[in-house]
Design a protein around this ligand. Structure first.
Ligand code: ADP
Ligand code: MG
Length: 685
């Protein structure tokens, strides 16, 4: 049960004044569902304005507040903007420029002959000074002059700065006082304000201490929750399992295991022989050979007379894993089944029976495998592929399926830097496949300006003539989902016009059946070109696809580009990756793409990407989806996460966990950041 002190923070945003049905979607887009989300919706940056009397005293590009008298309205001739000519106190003329519908409000706000306080960015347009879309226009001086510094919030379509600021102000008004959960020593050393103050200050000024404190809270909540998982896991009884090797010796692999694979398998074997359940992450680049490591782990369980389950994030992947594993298992006599949400009726019944009766020893599937209706006779190992797609909460669901807590092997191909590994998987031990199987060819990676689209299509034509296939990837970002989808569809249409029926399209909004059908055509070689948004990111394996084109490559994270690129270079033919870039790129963007050309080492890419972005970042902005955090920036994660982990460990191991007064406060913190599965574990265990 959530502590009462937090109740007011968890009230729905609808309770705020002025939030009706119209704002629901825009707020939802920003993830603002409850008052606390609004309170934690921190500014991206602040504008600092200067009050001037004489426009000549202001510089072009400066944010100013000035009193202007309106002289004339100039309605557009044709498609031009609406302009208001106005004069400052000493007679300098300035144009206030409005595009589109904003002109209606402007007409009302700025009647000819009246004087108004105007806030905005002073620009020059030809010989003329101008302010495009002033941020504030008001009759009284107090509002603009009283707020020379103003927060700039992340927005979504349908929201304005003023609106968001108003909602934040309301949310902050009702902010409760909460007890301190940060270690007193750390608080003294850092000079961070208390929570309540920090929240207010973070919205008011670019104050590093306040901002850090708030980010630290988020990091600490995460670290604490992971620590609790780890601790509870240690106290569980699992089933110690020593496989006798009888099945593994029957595997006839067409290759020798790499050193890294052998080492990882040995680490897993060691864990599984213990009575505390294994909690291990297998980290390895795309193509590093995680599947065979997972298979070995599953066979240890089967050799010991138990069952193993492998969870994949998508249907396609589950199916592919199933096929691969089934082939590898030929001749071992091991019974393997596939279970996904699409299995219905008799087929499904048969699998469920096999699992509860124990005749099925290994099951591969989507989240369907841990639904309530699925029971196992003796589940002893859960393998979770592409771990980053699942939250810790889901992981725990699967862990509850065994009579005893099963051993867990999580796998990820997402190369993330060390600090983020700690953030995401801090509760796990890590095995790393840092060595690719021999004989992999380097992928020829090139950065090409989008202006050379004609050449790219030409290259594609020649590529198809050799009988090989290709991928074409378009970006898909949540914030601009609709535009991105439209762009992908337009690209598909254009390529289809050029290459005919041999082109298929896959994106996240397609029905799963349609998606699978397209993928299957491509995998079977019937389609030559797969146009896709990032759904192909994980797992897909088509060795004959040897060319990858990635559009607007600068919009992707390097880890993501790296994973996409990993789809090619899987066969014996030489592979190419073309990174199409926009016309104007920032220096950082250029460096990042150059790095892609330079290395194929996912771990190195991850570390350097963090460096590159960390430095050049605006306050608080970052690629969404990269980290499990909403508030902490990459820089803050690097700086503060190790502290948070130490703090969390001390609290759990030395300071009595969640009992005691700081423990009580820490419990609040876990609820505040919705890491309360940590608390629940503690109660259950
Ligand atoms: P991952 O899941 O880590 O991306 P996979 O397990 O799918 O990688 O392996 C990629 C490819 O490499 C597969 O075709 C697999 O059979 C092959 N492979 C795995 N281990 C080795 C090895 N030691 N030597 C040669 N090929 C290997
Ligand atoms: Mg894999």
């Amino acid at each position: 049960m959530r502590p009462e002190a937090l109740n007011s923070l968890f009230v729905e945003v609808e309770a705020l004044e002025g939030v009706g049905p119209k704002l629901r979607r825009p707020l939802e887009k920003l993830g603002l569902a409850r008052i606390k989300d609004v309170a934690y919706h921190l500014p991206d940056r602040f504008v600092e304005r200067r009050a001037v009397i004489d426009l000549d005293d202001a510089g072009v590009g400066e944010n100013i507040v000035v009193s202007l008298t309106v002289r004339e309205h100039r309605s557009p001739s044709g498609r031009g903007p609406f302009r208001v000519l106005a004069e400052d106190a000493v007679g300098n003329v300035c144009t206030l420029t409005y595009f589109g519908r904003a002109s209606y409000t402007a007409k009302k706000q700025l009647p000819v002959g009246e004087t108004r306080w105007v806030a905005g960015r002073l620009d020059q347009y030809g010989q003329m000074l101008q302010i495009v879309h002033p941020e504030h226009v008001s009759e009284s001086a107090s509002a603009p002059l009283g707020q020379l510094r103003e927060a700039v919030y992340p927005l979504s379509e349908g929201l304005t700065q003023g609106r968001v600021a108003g909602l934040v102000a309301q949310a902050l008004k009702g902010l409760p006082e909460l007890p301190e959960w940060i270690e007193p020593g750390l608080l003294a050393k850092t000079d961070w304000p208390a929570w309540h103050t920090a929240m207010r200050v973070a919205h008011k000024e670019p104050d590093a201490a306040a901002r850090d404190r708030v980010a630290y809270d988020e990091l600490l909540a995460n670290a604490l929750a992971l620590m609790l998982v780890r601790q509870s896991n240690r106290s569980q009884r699992g089933t110690p399992m020593a496989g006798d090797g009888s099945l593994r010796s029957k595997l006839r692999l067409p290759f020798a295991l790499t050193g890294a694979q052998k080492r990882s398998i040995a680490e897993i074997e060691g864990d599984m022989a213990q009575s505390a359940p294994m909690l291990r992450l297998l980290q390895g680049d795309v193509g590093a050979g995680k599947t065979v490591v997972a298979l070995s782990a599953m066979l240890i369980a089967v050799e010991a007379g138990a069952q193993a389950a492998m969870l994949a994030p998508t249907e396609i992947l589950a199916r592919q894993h199933f096929e691969t594993l089934r082939k590898m298992l030929e001749g071992t006599g091991v019974e393997i089944a596939l279970l996904t949400g699409r299995d219905k009726g008799k087929a499904r019944e048969a699998i469920l029976m096999g699992l509860v009766g124990g005749s099925i020893q290994i099951v591969v599937g989507t989240h369907a495998i841990f639904q309530d209706t699925v029971e196992y006779r003796n589940l002893a190992l859960a393998v979770i592929d592409e771990q980053h797609r699942f939250g810790v909460g889901q992981r725990l669901m699967l862990a509850r399926k065994g009579r005893r807590t099963p051993h867990t092997l999580a796998m990820t191909a997402t190369p993330i830097p060390r600090t983020l590994t700690l953030a995401q998987y801090g509760e796990m031990d890590v095995s790393k496949l840092d060595e690719l199987p021999p004989g992999r060819q380097a992928i020829d990676t090139r950065v090409v300006s989008v202006e050379r689209m004609g050449d790219v299509v030409g290259a594609l034509t020649r590529h198809f003539e050799t009988g090989q296939q290709a991928y074409w990837v378009c970006p898909m970002v949540r914030e601009s989902e609709n535009d991105d989808l439209a762009a992908a569809e337009a690209r598909y249409a254009a390529l289809k016009e050029r290459f005919g029926e041999d082109v298929v399209l896959v994106h996240g909004q397609l029905r799963p059946e349609a998606k699978d059908a397209a993928m299957e055509r491509f995998a079977a070689g019937e389609a030559k070109l797969l146009v896709a948004t990032t759904v192909i990111e994980v797992g897909v394996d088509v060795p004959n696809a040897t060319l990858m084109v990635i559009e607007q490559a600068e919009r992707f994270g390097l880890a993501q580009l790296h994973q996409l690129r990993g789809r090619v270079g899987r066969g014996s033919e030489k592979s190419t990756c073309l990174l199409l870039r926009g016309q104007s790129l920032s220096e950082t963007a250029k460096q990042r793409l150059a790095l892609m050309r330079e290395t194929q080492d996912g771990f190195r890419l991850a570390e350097e990407d963090l460096e590159l972005r960390g430095g050049g970042e605006l306050l608080g902005t970052r690629q969404s989806g990269d980290t499990p955090f909403r508030i902490a920036s990459l820089e803050q994660i690097q700086k503060l996460l190790p502290l948070a982990h130490d703090d969390a460990r001390l609290l759990i191991e030395r300071d009595g966990g969640l009992s005691g007064s700081r423990g009580e406060a820490a419990r609040l913190l876990l609820y505040l950041f919705e890491r309360d599965w940590g608390v629940q574990l503690l109660r259950g265990g």
